[in-house]
Structure formats: structure tokens, C-alpha cells
Write a new protein. Sequence first.
Length: 410
Amino acid sequence: MTNAFGLPGPDLSRGLYISFWLPTVVLTVALAIKLPSIIKMWRDPLLRAVGGLLLFACAVFVFAAPKTISWTNRVTGVPNISAPWVYSLLTALCASWLLLIIAWRNGIADRSAATRRATRWVVSVYAGVVVALWVLFALADVPVERLQDLDTYYANTPFMREEILLYLIAHTVACTITARLIWNWIRTDGLDAWLRWGLRFLGVGYATNLFFDASKLTAVVARWTGHDLDWLSTYLAPSAACVSATLVAVGFIIPHAGQYLAERWHVRVSHWQLRPLYVLMRTVTGNREPFTPRATGELRLIRRETFIRDALLQLSRHLDEGLRTRSYEAARALGAEPGRAEALAAAVTILDAVETRKRSPETDGGAASSGPDTTYLLQKIQAVSRALRHPDDIEAVRARATAPAESARA
């Protein structure tokens, strides 16, 4: 069975009971992820709107639980007072949807008259709806406590009938506007991939909410006409609400979590890709990069990059620019793309410099002021390190590049 506000109660089957807690957990996770940013940048209207939305969404699911409804009614001593309270939370949630879209679409820096006017309109209209909900409840006669079927049980009761219709209309309007604006936004160019996926989940989530409204309104109208379609409000509407809330929460999590995981993965891959060049540079310095077990991935990457660049500067006086030029031409002749050819040529030059330094260690003493330009090597260490993972390609380029010089010496 479900409660009066369309959410599954504890006496449901196991599947629906789990679905009741799923959106609550996901919404809480989304709020926990966003909370540090919200506290740190409280003046940001976008973050405030996100925080308000997630907070109201969590509150709706918590206070609409049957046990919470019963507890609220018992503590206040007023039968069914949870109805206007949960309806008010749901109305505030609707307002937060619209405020989020206003802040999200127009940007933080937008302080135009149209933006301020839209914000005031949303706040005033939905605040008026909340006041009307409480006034209508005060005028209604609802003495029998209903924990599972309040919407249909009181569908024909004066003032309570208007209250139920008012919150459903307010919810439907907010869902329709939000879903339409989000889907229009998805089709715009220049969106980050993670943001686009997050918007897709949000769009589907808000569209799914319309099934909740359609089910509730159909069941209520059926009561007005003397028919019984309570199962729409009892079973279909709560399922739509749970799915919708979960999708909306996931939509907020994806951009943040996706970007975070992508950045962490990029750092790990970059650190791993530098290993061949790092191992080679250890033969130059005879040392290892500093290692701290608790160091972050970014710090380890910076330390490895710094270690490699310092070692390359020690090799600068041994770099043969002529060999590098010939190696580039050889790589191009072997079919390598320009970027790949530059990396292979640099790898050949570095390997030659390491061998030269081993043969003449007495000439080592730091980079000479008139030495070769090492700008490319210092900036493209990732590409050079990746090239070192293909020794066969390097050997082929090296053989072709050194063949003319060897012939001349012979």
C-alpha cells in the first residue's frame, strides 16, 4: 500500500519498499556531494538553487513516509495536518526547480531585469500557493486520518478538494516548464559531455514526474465522476515519483562525479605514461623522484614531471639537433604523422644523448647557455615517453637517420 502522498509505505512488497528508499539515498548522496561547494560559495545563486532543490526533495520523501505522517499528526494533535505540510514541501520543491533553471540558464553574472522579474514571479506565485494550501486546509473538514489514500478519500470534500487540485496543478506546471527548458538546453552546442548527460537524466526525470501528476489527477477526477480508479494514485503514481526522483538526483551527480573521476583518471594515466621516460632519466641522475605514500595523484604527477625536466636539462649539452632533424625526416619517410614523428625524433635524440653522456661523463655540468633548444622536450614529455614504449619504431627511425652519417664517416 502507499501513503496519502503517493509514496510506498512499509507494508508494500519488498521491491516497492526498496524503491521508496532508493531516491532518498541517491538524493542524500547528491546533497552530500554538493554541500561543501554550497557552503563555500553561498552567494552563488546557482548553488543555492541546487541546495534548496535537493534539500526539499529529501524532505518530501522523509515527511511523506507513513510513520512520519502518523508521528506529525500525533505530535500536533491535528488529524491529517501532514497533508498541507507535505504539499507545501512539494510546492517549495517545484519553485526550486524553476529557480534553478533561471540561475542555470542565465548564468551567475546575469542580473538583468528579466532575470530578477522571473525570480520574483516564481517566488511570489509559489509562496502564494503555499499560503493557499494552509488556508484551504483550515477551512476543510478532514477529521478521519488517512495515511494511504488521502487524495482520493477526500477528493470530493469541500476545500480539501481544491487543495489537492491546487498542489497537483502547481506541480504539473513546474514539471512541464522545467522539462521543456532542459530538453531545449540539451540541444544547444558547446555543452560539456558530462553536463549534457546530467541534463538528459534531469530531462527524463522531470518528464517522468508528469506521469505522477497524470495518475493522481485521473484518480481524483474519477472520484468526482463516481468512478473508482484509485489504483492509479495508489500504485502507478508512487512508482513514477520514485523513478523521477532517482533520475533527477543522478542527473545532479553525473556532472560533478563524472568530471571528478575523469580528472583523477587523467592524472593516473599521465603518471603511468611518463614511466618509460622517468626510468630512462633515472640513469642520468642516479636518483629517484621523491615519494610520499599519502601524496595526492596530482602531487605525484608534478614531482615526476619536475624530475624528468631537471634530468633533461642536464642532458641538454649532449643533444644533437642534427640527429633530431634527420630522425624527424626519417620518421616522416616511414609514414608517421607530424606529431608522432616529432616524438620519435625526440626519443632518438634523448637516447643518443644518454649514451653520449655515459661515454663522456667529464663533459657533464649542466646546460650550456649556447646549447640546443630544449623547449619541445620540456613541453612534450608525455608524447616522448609514449614513444619510448615502442622500441622497434625508435630503432627503425634511428637506423634510417644515422645511415647517411655512418656512410659519410666510412
